[in-house]
Design a protein around this ligand. Structure first.
Ligand SMILES: [Fe+2]
Ligand SMILES: [Fe+2]
Length: 173
C-alpha cells in the first residue's frame, strides 16, 4: 500500500531530483509552505506530483501548472509537529478502515500522549480548510487554494478534471 512507503522516508532528506521538482513548480511562497511541512508530508507530496507526471499524457489539455502546484501543496495544512510516529500510523489506518471514527477521536488541546495522538485526527479533519487558508494568506493562486480546500471532498459530477486527478493520485500515495 502506498501509504506505508513514506514511513520508510520518515526523516530522510529530499534528494536532488526532488528539490528540482519543487523548484520548477513553486515560487518563494509556495516553497515556504512546502518546506514547513514535515519531511514525511514533503515526500508524500512529491510522490503525488510524480504519479501525476506519469499519468498525464498531454499537459496542454489540462491546467497542468495548477495541478502540479496543488499536488505539491495539497497537504500544507498538516504543519510539522502535528503528528507523532504513532498518530501518523493510526490516523492513516482509521481513515481507511473506519473514517467516521475520526470525528469521535479528534481532540484539540492535547496534553497527554494519547491526547496528542488524538490531535492527529483533528488535524486530519481540518487540514484541507487550514491549508486553503494558509495558501490564500500567502498569495497562492486562487485555483490552487480551491484544490487544497476540496482535495478530500467526496467526488462530485461537476468538479474539475484537475481535482479528480489530484484525488486519484493522492489516494494512490
Ligand atoms: Fe490531505
Ligand atoms: Fe495527501
Amino acid at each position: 500500500m502506498g501509504f506505508f512507503k513514506p514511513l520508510f522516508l520518515w526523516n530522510t532528506k529530499l534528494n536532488y531530483d526532488d528539490t528540482t521538482l519543487v523548484n520548477s513548480f513553486l515560487d518563494d511562497s509556495g516553497k515556504f509552505l512546502f518546506y514547513q511541512m514535515s519531511r514525511f508530508d514533503q515526500h508524500h507530496a512529491i510522490a503525488v506530483a510524480r504519479s501525476i507526471i506519469a499519468e498525464v499524457k498531454d499537459p496542454t489539455v489540462i491546467d497542468y501548472k495548477t495541478l502540479m502546484v496543488s499536488a505539491l501543496l495539497h497537504d500544507i495544512g498538516k504543519v510539522e509537529g502535528d503528528f507523532n510516529f504513532f498518530s501518523r500510523i493510526l490516523v492513516g489506518l482509521i481513515k481507511r478502515i473506519a473514517p467516521n471514527l475520526r470525528g469521535k477521536l479528534a481532540f484539540t488541546n492535547p496534553n497527554t500522549f494519547w491526547e496528542k495522538v488524538r490531535y492527529g485526527f483533528y488535524v486530519d479533519l481540518i487540514h484541507p480548510l487550514r491549508g486553503a487558508h494558509m495558501a490564500k494568506v500567502f498569495g497562492i493562486d486562487a485555483a490552487v487554494v480551491e484544490m487544497i480546500r476540496h482535495h478530500h471532498d467526496p467526488p462530485r459530477q461537476d468538479q474539475t478534471i484537475e481535482l479528480t486527478m489530484l484525488q486519484k493520485a493522492d489516494n494512490k500515495n
